[in-house]
Ligand binder design. Structure first.
Ligand code: AMP
Length: 311
């Protein structure tokens, strides 16, 4: 990765903008704003500007657009409304422990038709986060950002199963990958998160973040390893875990973009910012808590987390 003191820290996210319906043991939310790019942008924008690339259908609720437009620092010029199309919609149900989730439905809608394109005004972006989608689509998107200096991608079990070779090709083109421990194991055949992360670096990236849910995350970097615990949330703080992974990525990437470095120390703080953003996300449905927390709330939570993680 190269950095220039004069270039803007332009962070771009590609991913879904979805209509989510979520059931938890205590309550539910119907057709609320969600999607990987929406959650990512809500968190990232708390630390710096973020450009969003995604596609919605004609049925996209006007009040969802109003919510995104109300997020300071989110540039929506890469948001395409596709005529005649239906917006990505997802339904999920949490079990009693709030850790396990069952997907009730996934309606790809416009996402299945064709990927979004990066508008010319965003082509100079330098920090790129590729939300989870088919790895060939992720490769196509990164190639539309010629000035990229750092690319991090998300993935999921589906692509490891059905597009393994494309995923390996993607890994040779990116700087970092964020995935769950079960996915890291599936990709490498190795149960141990550090060893699995190390194997993934063998495909090309400089670092790999293995998320372990309520047990935090491990970062395996060419220069060493960093760990971060999950935020020690009390039971009554967890209202809806949806979007925790995407807001983790948003806080993580936005801190890297504003720091302009991927040394281990910066990445350790980036992990902490990701964790803090996720801790807000889980305390409400949709983007509410992460977007409404004051700057002081965020800073206070970061300090509380750093204190709790003292070693
Ligand atoms: P997370 O809880 O971080 O895994 O993110 C959940 C969000 O991702 C929800 O808002 C969904 O709309 C969105 N989502 C669910 N399934 C997918 C998928 N297959 N591809 C992209 N986004 C998805």
């Amino acid at each position: 990765m190269t950095t220039s003191a004069h270039a803007p820290a332009s962070l771009l996210v590609t991913g879904t903008i979805g209509i989510d319906t979520v059931e938890t043991p205590l309550s539910r939310a119907d057709r609320v704003l969600g999607g990987s790019a929406a959650y990512f942008a809500a968190a990232a924008s708390r630390l710096g500007p973020v450009r969003m690339v995604g596609v919605v259908g004609e049925d996209w609720p006007a009040h969802h657009r109003t919510i995104l437009e109300g997020l300071e620092g989110v540039d929506l010029r890469g948001l395409e409304t596709r005529a005649g199309g239906k917006t990505f919609a997802w339904g999920g149900k949490y079990l009693d422990n709030m850790n396990e989730r069952e997907t009730l439905f996934t309606e790809l809608g416009v996402v299945a038709d064709a990927p979004p394109t990066v508008p010319a005004v965003f082509a100079d972006s330098r920090y790129l986060f590729l939300g989870n989608t088919h790895p060939e689509v992720q490769i196509g998107l990164l190639e539309q950002v010629p000035n990229r200096t750092l690319v991090v991608a998300d993935t999921m079990d589906l692509w490891i199963n059905i597009a393994h070779d494309s995923l390996v090709r993607l890994l040779s083109k990116i700087d970092g990958i964020v995935l769950n421990d079960s996915e890291a194991m599936q990709l490498t055949g190795v149960r141990n998160a550090v060893t699995a992360g190390r194997r993934i670096l063998g495909y090309g990236p400089t670092f790999c973040v293995v998320k372990k849910g309520e047990h935090g995350a491990v970062l395996v970097h060419r220069d060493g390893v960093a760990v971060v615990p999950a935020f020690p949330a009390e039971e009554d703080m967890v209202i809806d875990p949806t979007g925790a992974g995407d807001t983790f990525a948003g806080g993580f990437m936005a801190h890297i973009a504003r720091s302009g470095s991927i040394d281990l120390e910066t990445l350790q703080s980036a992990l902490a910012w990701g964790t803090v953003m996720a801790s807000f996300t889980i305390s409400s449905f949709s983007l509410d808590a992460v977007s409404r927390a004051s700057a002081e709330d965020l800073a206070k939570r970061y300090r509380r987390f750093a204190e709790a993680a003292r070693v």
